[in-house]
Design a protein around this ligand. Structure first.
Ligand code: FAD
Length: 304
């Protein structure tokens, strides 16, 4: 079994690019499709007179609409991501009500990153600081507890909640142990499963699962995978996602003379990772497509 994620297209583009990413994978019957959420970004525009204008823009809106469109077009379960950053609790509640009315009952709840240029994640006034608080809010709604305490006999929602886990620890965590303690808090707040950050060495995943179990985390832990598809990713992926690239993979990629052979090397590595994880009995594999599914198609076709 496998799942994958798609990104909303940049503002101004149509939804066809999302369908183009999904179509090649549907014949392999994904268990569900995630749709990522992208918070606002800050950019600066300089005018000829020297004035600088700050612009705050959401460049990839549409997660809820795209999730509903995918669900109804393909008849597949969807998992929109929902984030803390940029939202008050009230806005979050209203977004959850939209999803509830659309019949979308699976969510992946994450905090989101800091805005570019900000040193630390800053919660929105009246919003959540950590994903565990967002999960607690969703859990409350599942119990029919809305923010407005005067609402009586409220309809409970029925969300299943997934959360993010980090086999090589989250970038801000002082150590893996404290990160796993905070992960446990997300499970205690109501998360039903964990999807991991990408990793390229399966022992990182197996060690992480062992540590989670030791800490008393019992929910399924779905491994997240991505093939390296270009040489520059040897640097960009570790920097962006706080992950490491094993030496063997680094050597193989560095030997490649062009992007095509690089991509093929990354795909072969990911296939071996996938097969090894499946043999070890993981519940399902999750693939990060980064909006492009052709490499994932080649992997899935040889693994499933
Ligand atoms: P949290 O669980 O809140 O943890 C953030 C940090 O705070 C960690 O270092 C943790 O150890 C620490 N911490 C937690 N609780 C406490 C506490 N009580 N006291 C002190 N420290 C604490 N981002 C997006 O913007 N959109 C997406 O769609 C998206 N999808 C993702 C999907 C997956 C599978 C993964 C792995 C990540 C995804 N992200 C996404 C990225 C995610 O938003 C970032 O990694 C973010 O920096 C952390 O999110 P979190 O939910 O893990 O945060």
């Amino acid at each position: 079994m496998f799942t994958f994620e798609v990104l909303p297209p940049p503002k101004g583009s149509g939804i066809d690019s999302v369908y183009d990413a999904i179509d090649p994978l549907m014949e392999f019957e994904p268990s569900f499709i995630d749709v990522t959420y992208h918070r606002e970004e800050v950019s600066f525009r300089e005018f000829p007179d020297g004035r600088i204008e700050k612009k705050v823009l959401r460049k990839r809106p549409g997660t809820v609409g795209i999730s509903a469109a995918i669900k109804f077009k393909y008849g597949v379960e969807v998992v929109p991501h929902i984030i803390c950053g940029g939202f008050t609790r009230e806005e979050t509640e209203n977004g959850l009500i939209d999803l509830h009315f659309l019949g979308i009952h699976n969510l992946l709840a994450v905090r989101g990153d800091n805005l570019p240029g900000e040193k630390h994640f800053r919660p929105t006034k009246g919003g959540h600081e950590y994903a565990s608080q967002l999960i607690a809010q969703i859990h409350d709604l599942n119990a029919g507890k809305y923010l407005d305490e005067e609402i009586e006999d409220a309809t409970p929602t029925a969300f299943t909640i997934g959360v993010a886990g980090y086999p090589e620890k989250h970038a801000e965590a002082p150590n893996l142990k404290s990160d796993i303690r905070h992960l446990k808090a997300k499970v205690e707040a109501g998360a039903g499963y964990i999807v991991t950050q990408m990793f390229f060495d399966n022992t990182k995943y197996f060690d992480f699962v062992r540590l989670c179990r030791k800490e008393g985390i019992e929910v399924p832990i779905i491994p997240g995978l991505k093939p390296v598809t270009a040489k520059n990713q040897l640097h960009t992926l570790p920097r962006t996602f706080n992950i490491s690239i094993p030496e063997d993979l680094q050597r193989e990629i560095e030997k490649c003379s062009d992007n095509r052979s690089c991509r093929q090397t990354g795909i072969e590595w990911c296939i071996e990772q996938s097969k090894n994880l499946m043999r070890s009995g993981v519940p399902v594999l999750h693939y990060f497509t980064m909006g492009k599914s052709q490499s994932i198609r080649e992997i899935v076709a040889r693994v499933f």
